[in-house]
Design a protein around this ligand. Structure first.
Ligand SMILES: [Zn+2]
Length: 303
């Protein structure tokens, strides 16, 4: 059912595949390569009995796959959906992004989605749905640098572009600071707390792109260095401004829609942390206008 398989298949894979197909007659099992983009069709069947309201949790990965983080967030979403009174529908089939299927959902969560997961038509369907009053919550990998093929997503929903994360050690305790205590997404969260994470760095703080900042990380409490690969200069707080220089969660209102991104959540255990759970639950309720129906949070820039 992968109509577009091979649409953008890397030439290397194509050649290997062809040779193996001739000699073994078993091409299909060899088509495993990061260069492949395989778009799905048809859309998943959504039961007429699906609970309302409902959350669509989408976790397709065309690039890095956070295997444990995706499972942890799926489990969290099931539990939290039950708690907040939402049905939860999980899928990795991007064909769900069509006007008819999207009309069944109140909130869309991008659970560590990476790479070029949606076709241009699916991207347009999601943009239309969100701008008409939809709700989007993006988790961790959904904000990495693999989304630049979709300018509206990478520039409007995310704003900041991921540069790299520390390695050696990859996971570190660091101090988080609540940058926007009055914002509905930060309701019930403390002014600061310590969290263990793979800390994402970005090209510039989210407020530079018009985002509403919610949460920042204190670079003085961990080592923002990648000694192993890629861009090693991960320091965003060059002037000693503190966590405001390094936001890791932010919000944005897009026409009638609302969006929240949180860079937390590489590890499955992140979704066991009470404050992470609270932040995402608040984000679901706020983006879905269950809190702050008048949209005060759309103008509270934070910081
Ligand atoms: Zn990660």
């Amino acid at each position: 059912m992968l109509q577009y398989l091979g649409h953008r298949m890397g030439m290397k894979t194509f050649l290997i595949c062809s040779v193996l197909a001739l000699s073994l007659g078993a091409c299909a099992v060899t088509v495993i390569d990061r260069d492949i983009v395989a778009f799905d069709t048809p859309p998943p069947k959504i039961s007429e009995y699906m609970a309302e309201p409902s959350i669509l949790v989408f976790s397709e990965t065309q690039q890095w796959r956070h295997e444990e983080g995706i499972a942890g967030a799926d489990l969290y979403m099931i539990e939290t959906g039950r708690e907040l009174g939402y049905g939860v529908f999980t899928t990795e089939n991007s064909a769900v992004f069509n006007a008819q299927s999207l009309s069944r959902f109140n909130v869309v969560v991008f659970n560590n989605v990476t790479g070029d997961a949606l076709t241009p038509d699916e991207e347009a369907a999601f943009k239309n749905w969100l701008e008409a009053g939809g709700a989007w919550v993006g988790l961790h990998g959904a904000g990495d640098s693999s989304h630049t093929d979709w300018p509206w997503y990478s520039q409007t929903l995310l704003g900041s572009t991921f540069t790299n994360h520390p390695a050696d050690p990859q996971f570190q305790d660091a101090r988080l600071e609540n940058l926007n205590p009055q914002h509905p997404v930060m309701d019930g969260l403390p002014s600061e707390w310590v969290h263990n994470e793979e800390w994402y760095s970005f090209d510039a703080p989210a407020q530079n792109f018009g985002q509403i900042v919610l949460l920042g990380v204190d670079e003085s409490t961990y080592s923002p260095v990648n000694r192993s690969y890629g861009n090693s200069n991960l320091i965003m707080d060059k002037d000693g401004k503190g966590p405001i220089a390094h936001p890791v969660a932010w919000a944005r209102c897009v026409r009638a829609g609302r969006a929240v991104y949180s860079a937390l959540g590489h590890q499955d255990t992140a979704y066991d942390m009470p404050y992470v759970r609270k932040l995402i639950a608040n984000a679901i309720l706020w983006t879905d206008k269950k809190t702050d129906p008048d949209g005060q949070g759309c103008f509270n820039a934070g910081g």
